[in-house]
Design a protein around this ligand. Sequence first.
Ligand code: GLC
Length: 422
Amino acid sequence: MTKHFDEAYRILAANDRGGYTVPTDRLYPFQWNWDSAFVAMGFATFDIDRAYRELERLTEGQWADGMIPHIVFHQPSDTYFPGPDVWRTSHTIPTSGITQPPVFGIALRAVHEAAEKAGTEDAKARTLALFQAGLKWHRWWYKARDPEGTGLVALLHPWESGSDNSPAWDIALARVPTTTDTAVVRKDTGHVDAAMRPRDEDYRRFIHLVDTYAACGWVPAEQWGKAPFKVAEIQTTGILLKAGEDLEHLANSLGLEAEALELANYNDLTRKALLAQWRPAFSRFVSRDLISGEDIEAPTQAGFIPLLSLDVDADIVDAAVAEMKLWSNGMKVGFPTTKPFVGSFEPKRYWRGPSWAIINWLLIDGLARNGMNDMAAALRSNTVGAIEAEGFAEYFDPITGEGCGGLGFSWTAAAYLCLAGQ
Ligand code: GLC
């Protein structure tokens, strides 16, 4: 197998803006939260100092209440909408006002372990500072996004899921008005084919939500009361639990007993809540729409992400794996983000069908955790093969394997370094 490591290194270097990495030039010209966490794990395979730096620069955006925003606008750029003037937040440096999946804790453990292995001198001090930031963020999740203590955390904007345009949001988002006083001047469709991007109408809903929360002064309790979109979400909660386990592990190895106990309590609560979201009739887990009180039944990849942080019984593993095989059947590149050929499946429109290397990475880890090593290995070589054939695209058409969206993508490079290096 030809290895394309040099190309991956070149992409990470080209997207470096001074200690942080943009997802790709022009389309995403700032620091994105979960992108940076994946990128830090990629850096940890060859440059530990740079891996720490990526996470440190992300925490420059952390708010006083503990939230780490989905975008940190370190430097201005006019190639992206919505910019700081639309978000109207008040942190010391401009940021968005919403968050993204907390991969941070997972990345921190990976970086720390790579540093220990390499005998890096300042590893402990750097890990400790980042651990405190991570813990503060997890506290924020439980306080701001699970005020009733259910164990599942809620999203108030589809973009917080990282799976921005997923059919999982169709019903909940349709309730959000399309009205906004903000001029919606999209930039994304100037960089990539509009057929791969969200519809205009949905963009107006996305901005309506931003207007609503800006009017709450971005105060979590007020947003919770006013939110027209509120979803207790299993992909984010599954990631939160894995990151919570990794932070708990770090707390123990750093000798932080009280913090380890606090994290263990969060993790126990979430473990039970997440397991209760399994639906045997669908052979997958489901999110809950907190406005209607109903399960979200749209078939998306999120239904399998909880395997990342749960050790489930054999009957659940068998059912989930059989369902995953059904979705992958006949696909050139797994794993589709929407079940192939249902009405909402669009193999080229982002998050409505395409395969993403970082989602595969999470699924691979979840399969391996639950003993499905052959399937994990097959998905890994399928993902690596897709990147080697098509390049470091944002995502892949699962039917044809074609690379789509932005090119020279940082997290695809990071995924390659971690998956092909194994
Ligand atoms: C898109 C994706 C999101 C990602 C961002 C930058 O908005 O939906 O998950 O973080 O691009 O890559």
